[in-house]
Design a binder for this molecule. Structure first.
Ligand code: AMP
Ligand code: ZN
Length: 115
């Protein structure tokens, strides 16, 4: 828990979010500024700032985080595929420094990366 962190505050229900899935280790909620028909954020409840800060003791946690993507996508109607994104650090234009995986989908093909 990092008391300054907005996603830790969501985990602790100090600020609201539209939660679509929760278990002991993860929370999944709607992105407040969706970039696709469906746009979820999968976060570990444990505060890990970035993917650069994860280590091999967390490989099981990270593997399970990855496997939540198809479950969440398919259960919410993104049945023909989806996209995952993990932005990391300054170069990745990460805005919220609590590790999260974007899951974007819907029934319409997504746009390109648009760099
Ligand atoms: P990133 O650039 O990967 O750090 O993206 C952070 C994401 O968090 C953005 O897509 C934001 O729209 C989203 N976000 C920021 N604050 C909230 C919030 N309170 N609830 C839901 N999503 C949020
Ligand atoms: Zn946090």
């Amino acid at each position: 828990m990092n008391s300054e962190c907005i996603f830790c505050k969501i985990v602790n229900q100090e600020i609201p979010a539209k939660v679509v899935f929760e278990n002991d280790d993860f929370l999944v909620f709607n992105d407040i500024n969706p970039k696709a028909e469906l746009h979820f954020l999968v976060i570990p409840k444990l505060h890990i700032a970035t993917l650069n800060d994860a280590d091999f003791s967390q490989e099981n946690l990270l593997g399970r985080m990855m496997l939540l993507a198809p479950k969440i996508a398919n259960e919410n109607g993104s049945t023909n595929g989806f996209r995952t994104i993990i932005n990391c650090g300054k170069i990745g234009l990460q805005e919220v420094y609590h590790l999260h995986m974007h899951v974007l989908g819907g029934q319409k093909p997504l746009g390109g990366f648009g760099f």
